[in-house]
Design a protein around this ligand. Structure first.
Ligand SMILES: [Ca+2]
Ligand SMILES: [Ca+2]
Length: 463
């Protein structure tokens, strides 16, 4: 009952905000500034400066308020303080908030309250159900409300697989497994974001991404492109020199990458970069002899505001994923938090740019089948790989989707078998809340079969 009510209340609240965003998107199509309006019946209530997340009002006029939610990507006004439950008597002339004492047996230090609901028993006992996220987990806490003492008696914690934070896969723990063929490659300690392997066995690796909300290991240094020769017994990495008079290497912040090989065997590397938190595609010519990248061009477009990955279909032609709709950091947080699923895929060429697929909950990796007929799109927070058919006019039509129990990121395709190798995050909360004591896990390969007229295997591999 409590759970249902909490879900209904939370759902209604989110639907309201979502509807507002939709209206906003349609009318303004931009970030709206709210004008100041005098609301005579609005008072600032002291004591809830750290934000109130949910409210539940009893028929008697007593209101419970949850306060101090910490959620990845959301601004947190008091990061070091645990959350609290306040009581407010709406019958008073000038209602004030009063923090409710929580009784023994409950870990108050990790209290991170979210949605709430009350249930009144036949004997008029009031129970308060609170969605809680201690240590990024998800639980429902049940308290008995003691009106006289202005306190909550802790009764029970409810945990269940079905109540886990599904989009983030937050409850997923990865078991340690020995992988004898895995070696640590020196020189990519700052992280490898994306990988592209040429038919001759040379691999490009983008390294050093700085992305809002995600831990950066060298926040003050620009990113780089590394080269690795997979034909070697003990492959090492080499940093590619970047040349070109119009290229600013100091703000290079590489994300997804893709290559295109011309008829004359010239290899072009296309790199999503985020100089100053913006999105660009940097076009390079690979000079194998010199072990360098010659910068040719920077591509920017209003339909490419939040790039994540791309797959090249020509020297300056590509499909790219935008992982968010909004550009503003605050609105991006809300977009992620509410799961609006407004991210999209854009086709780009010098004279034709358009959205070709949309409605993704964080579109991430993108790649193509070896016969170039199908486009694969990883939808990170829906845990899905989508297969689209590509047409001669570059439009895409959805064919099917594959469910994966993990957050799917970059996709590589085996050029011979057509198998997909997907970099994954088993537990998404660990990407956004990095803890060196409990680092994000990697997981050994799993295989999914997707059977029909076009069969390929998806290999879920560690990021
Ligand atoms: Ca890529
Ligand atoms: Ca990615």
């Amino acid at each position: 009952m409590g759970k249902l009510m909490a879900l209904i209340l939370l759902g209604a609240g989110l639907a309201l905000v979502g509807e507002r965003f939709l209206t906003l998107r349609e009318r303004m199509n931009a970030y709206r500034e709210v004008e100041s309006v005098e609301s005579q019946n609005c008072h600032l209530i002291e004591g809830i400066e750290n934000g109130s997340e949910d409210i539940d009002i009893l028929p008697s006029g007593l209101a419970f308020i949850s306060n101090g939610l910490k959620y990845p990507g959301m601004p947190d006004l008091a990061p070091d303080e645990p959350g609290r439950i306040f009581l407010m008597d709406l019958n008073e002339q000038n209602p004030r908030v009063q923090e409710l004492n929580i009784g023994d047996g409950f870990d108050k230090a990790s209290f991170n309250p979210h949605g709430m609901s009350t249930f009144i028993d036949k004997d008029q006992t009031v129970y308060l159900y609170v969605v809680n996220h201690p240590h990024m987990d998800s639980t429902v806490e049940i308290f008995k409300f003691e009106e006289q003492q202005r306190s909550l008696v802790y009764l029970k914690t409810i945990k269940h697989e079905l109540l886990k934070r599904a989009r983030m896969n937050a409850s997923r723990e990865v078991k340690s497994v020995e992988l004898p063929n895995c070696k640590l490659i020196k020189g990519i300690e700052t992280g490898a974001e994306d990988l592209e392997i040429l038919p001759n066995g040379l691999a490009f690796i983008s390294s050093g991404l700085r992305y809002p909300g995600v831990k950066s290991f060298e926040p003050d240094k620009p990113g780089k492109i590394l080269l690795m020769d997979l034909n070697k017994e003990d492959p090492t990495v080499l940093e590619l020199k970047m040349t070109g008079s119009n290229f600013d290497a100091s703000s290079f912040n590489p994300h997804g990458i893709s290559t295109f090989t011309d008829e004359d065997n010239t290899v072009y590397l296309l790199v999503v970069s985020h100089p100053d938190v913006k999105s660009t595609v940097e076009l390079f010519k690979f000079q194998e002899e010199e072990k360098s990248l010659l910068h040719l061009k920077t591509i920017k477009h209003e339909l490419l505001p939040n790039l994540n990955d791309l797959v090249a279909v020509g020297r300056e032609h590509f499909y790219a994923t935008n992982d968010h709709y909004f550009v503003d950091q605050y609105m991006r947080s809300w977009e992620l938090y509410l799961g609006l699923a407004w991210s999209n895929v854009v086709y780009y060429s010098p004279d034709d740019v358009r959205v070709v697929a949309s409605g993704f909950d964080f579109a991430n990796g993108i790649s193509m089948s070896p016969d170039r007929k199908y486009v694969y799109i990883a939808e990170l927070l829906a845990h899905k790989i989508h297969v689209y058919e590509k047409h001669a006019n570059w439009t895409l039509t959805p064919l099917k989707s594959l469910d994966c129990d993990t957050l799917v990121d970059n996709i590589s395709v085996d050029p011979v078998t057509g198998d997909l190798w997907v970099g994954c995050h088993p537990n998404g909360m660990k990407i956004f809340s990095y803890d060196p004591e409990n680092p994000p896990g990697s997981e050994p390969s799993e295989e999914h079969q997707l059977k029909d007229e076009r069969e390929f295997r998806v290999n879920i591999s560690p990021t």
